[in-house]
Design a protein around this ligand. Structure first.
Ligand code: IPM
Ligand code: MG
Length: 359
């Protein structure tokens, strides 16, 4: 059965990096018989410009129909002054919410040939392989009430609501425990239970769910300590499970362990198996249009798509091996450049990965 992949290039560097991921998928379609059709749509600022909304109706329908979605990135200074519902990021959050994409998987893997690119000493990151499981449909991102109000004294106040229901914590905890079972059976739940009731309940629920997984070692860390531990000794972690806001912050932090945020893919999964796949980085407006952005996070997101929605792990691994080979050959985009390496732009990097697929 032919599967439909909806490609949403988005804004900034989004179209450039997604074109390379699409190139790799197209290559697998032609040479390996991957049974997919690629369809294109608009999300974010480009959708605002062309269709008047960041998650317009035609995109909504495409997204409902598609088996999987591959997204570049959204946002940029051009749209920052718009009212919040019209901002590109609101379109992305609406899509994550409406499609029920609650489980965000952010694997953080260290490539041996990139030791020099990490912000940490090589021995701290060599062999690093961790998975951040970030809850994506709750927390301050979606909690009500929210807004900016004017107080009696005329001063304005911004407010958001941090909230998690037991069922929301349970379902993400199950995803994380199951993921840990496929790995090294260690799960660290990150919260701020020393200060926040939301976290107090989070910890209680995760501890309860742990009874179903006696073979997985569960630990808990407060988020401030977790941030420190990620920098101090990141290899102590196997799987980290955390809420939407803490996960957003910790995953950017973890990205720098690998050398560049331009390397980290993500999968956002719904209970029905639908998935949205996107790099964890933003639209990098300052780099847009120059052909210098790193397409590897987008390409590796396509690999996650093959693994999690299309259930073709062999093809996913084929892409991941190709990325490793290209890095071993010394090809480097600007963000991971090191002395003696071969500088390449976005397209050349994509071409190299596509060429390394059949090796
Ligand atoms: C991410 C991004 C988004 C988020 C933004 C663009 C709304 O930072 O996917 O990590 O905060 O979730
Ligand atoms: Mg982020």
């Amino acid at each position: 059965m032919t599967r439909t992949i909806l490609i949403l290039p988005g804004d900034g560097i989004g179209p450039e990096i997604v074109a390379e991921a699409a190139k790799v998928l197209e290559c697998l379609r032609q040479e390996q018989g991957l049974d997919v059709t690629l369809e294109y749509g608009r999300l974010g600022g480009s959708a605002v410009d062309e269709l008047g909304a960041p998650y317009p109706e035609p995109t909504r329908q495409q997204a409902q129909r598609a088996d999987a979605i591959l997204l570049g990135a959204v946002g940029g200074p051009k749209w920052d002054a718009l009212e919040r519902p019209l901002r590109p990021e609101s379109g992305l959050l609406a899509m994550r919410g409406e499609l029920g994409l609650f489980a965000n998987l952010r694997p953080v893997q260290h490539y041996p040939s990139l030791s020099a690119a990490s912000a940490l000493k090589p021995e701290l990151v060599a062999g690093l392989d961790l998975l951040i499981v970030r809850e994506l449909n709750g927390d301050v991102y979606f909690g009500q009430p929210r807004g900016i109000r004017t107080l009696a004294n005329g001063e304005r106040e911004g407010f958001n609501t941090m909230a998690y229901r037991e069922s929301e914590v349970e379902r993400i905890a199950h995803v994380a425990f199951k993921a840990a079972r496929q790995r090294h059976r260690k799960l660290c739940s990150v919260d701020k239970a020393n200060a926040l009731e939301t976290s107090e309940l989070w910890r209680e629920v995760v501890t309860r769910v742990a009874q179903d997984y006696p073979d997985v070692a569960l630990s808990h860390l407060y988020v401030d300590n977790a941030a420190m531990q990620l920098i101090r000794a990141p290899k102590q972690f196997d799987v980290i499970v955390t809420g939407n806001l803490f996960g957003d912050i910790l995953s950017d932090c973890a990205a720098m362990l690998t050398g560049s945020i331009g390397l980290l893919p993500s999968a956002s999964l719904a209970a029905n198996g639908k998935g949205l796949y996107e790099p964890i980085h933003g639209s990098a407006p300052d780099l847009a249009g120059q052909g210098v952005a790193n397409p590897l996070a987008a390409i590796l997101s396509a690999a996650l798509l093959l693994r999690h929605t299309l259930n073709t792990p062999d093809q996913a691994e084929r892409i991941e091996r190709a990325v490793g080979r290209v890095l071993d050959k010394g090809l480097r985009t600007m963000d991971i450049m090191a002395p003696g390496m071969i500088p390449v732009g976005t397209q050349a990097m994509g071409d190299a990965v596509a060429a390394a697929l059949e090796d």
